[in-house]
Design a protein around this ligand. Structure first.
Ligand code: NAG
Ligand code: NAG
Ligand code: NAG
Ligand code: NAG
Length: 373
């Protein structure tokens, strides 16, 4: 039991018992999913014991600072003392959210999880303070998937290499959304030798410069899928030049949900697209015409939900076997009548309703799940 206690100390990291508050943790009937939301002023942290048998665990800290717990945890303690217990955990997916966490505590947890079979880690709505210790021959978990959403790091652009040093190699999917800073210390970043999917969607401030700073040259040798939805991208050409500079050769590129210009800006000269690129998503990009400078040949091109007022001529399009033009005004009968189009010139089915957003989220999830199977 002492070792379980240690684990929770590092994961959570408190075991204050206060009997008066409602139970913050819930475990489903199949012992698969367990979620804790410690949003009460005096939460009963010990109820996290409930999650010890679960496969999917979500822990949210109610937005509070966990700094006070640093002094209760011995970061230098030998993690082997709880190795057997951690190895026996069924935990595969862990979400840690809504807290201000000292980096020391986060990495204490990663060190313990190094003995686990954790595959997916999500960090959400976190502020990580301070710098991380250098690992000394001890490694954290061998993750396949790492997701960060709305995480800020006081350590600056060094956070990615620091985090990388604590993970066993083999990461396949990396999602970084609403997270800063994104200008990494590229010389310190290790090569992501197994990473096939990089998703930098929902970083509206990224833009061309941010993309250049984030796509560390030659650190993503096997990248297949690059998603840049809602990432401040203005022209396909600026992505092309960022890919060329970084030596990244994706097969699929998702540029949907950006406000795109159809013509390249003068400072973005023509560029040679990676020859492997065969699928390009330009849906929801506000395009009134097909942008110039697209790859000459593609298998899949998605131009749905734009503002194309006429069918693109074949000389405006790349050679493409699978073209989607749904949801453009020229396909909607009666769109010559302005009242059938919302003022922005977008056809009704493509308006950003909560439903549309939800659907694109579901599709993204499905695509993620497919990439993994
Ligand atoms: C956690 O609890 C707070 C307060 O009750 C609530 O606002 C929040 O939505 C909850 N978070 C989750 C993920 O359920
Ligand atoms: C982002 O995370 C911070 C905590 O670090 C939180 O205060 C804020 O509400 C989060 N923002 C969103 C949009 O959830
Ligand atoms: C094209 O994009 C739309 C909107 O994002 C999506 O619903 C559709 O499935 C995509 N089609 C193809 C063929 O990728
Ligand atoms: C077109 O591409 C989409 C997305 O990759 C795929 O789901 C669909 O099956 C393709 N359609 C055809 C006719 O190949």
């Amino acid at each position: 039991m002492e070792s379980v206690r240690w684990l929770l100390l590092l994961l959570l990291p408190v075991l204050d018992i206060s009997a008066t508050t409602p139970d913050p943790c819930e475990l489903d009937e199949d012992d698969i999913h367990c979620a804790c939301n410690f949003s009460e002023p005096q939460p009963d942290w010990s109820s996290a014991f409930l999650c010890v048998s679960a496969v999917d665990v979500e822990i949210r800290g109610g937005g509070r600072s966990l700094e006070q717990f640093l002094e209760r945890v011995d970061i230098d303690a030998d993690p082997r003392q709880y190795m057997d217990v951690v190895k026996a955990l069924r935990l595969r997916r862990l979400t840690i959210g809504a807290a201000r966490v000292p980096a020391l505590l986060l990495f204490g947890a990663l060190r313990v999880l190094g003995y686990s079979r954790l595959k997916e880690l999500t960090l959400e709505d976190l502020e990580v303070t301070g710098t991380m210790p250098q690992p000394v021959g001890i490694q954290g978990p061998g993750l396949s998937v790492l997701r960060l959403r709305n995480v800020s790091w006081t350590t600056g652009g060094a956070w990615l290499p620091e985090l990388q040093h604590w993970l066993k190699p083999g990461l396949k999917v990396l999602n970084i959304a609403q997270t800063h800073p994104l200008d990494f210390s590229c010389d310190k970043v290790l090569t992501f030798s197994a990473l096939t999917t990089l998703d930098l969607s929902d970083n509206p401030g990224l833009g061309k410069r941010g993309l250049m700073a984030t796509l560390c040259p030659h650190k993503f040798p096997v990248l297949r899928d690059l998603a840049l939805r809602n990432a401040g991208i203005q022209t396909p050409n600026e992505v092309c030049s960022a890919l060329a500079t970084a030596g990244v050769q994706p097969h699929r590129l998702d540029l949907s949900h950006n406000s795109m210009l159809a013509t390249a800006k003068p400072e973005d000269p023509g560029c040679v697209w990676p020859s492997a690129l065969n699928s390009l998503d330009l849906s929801f990009a506000g395009l009134e015409q097909v942008p110039k400078g697209l790859p000459a040949e593609l298998e899949v091109l998605n131009l749905s939900c734009n503002r194309l007022n006429r069918k693109p001529r074949s000389d405006e399009l790349p050679k493409v076997s699978n073209l989607t033009l749904d949801g453009n005004p020229f396909l909607i009968p009666g769109t010559s009548n302005p009242s059938s189009i919302v003022p922005s010139g977008v056809v009704p089915a493509c308006v950003h309703s909560p439903l549309a957003v939800g659907m694109s989220g579901t599709l993204a999830l499905l695509q993620g799940a497919r990439g993994f199977a």
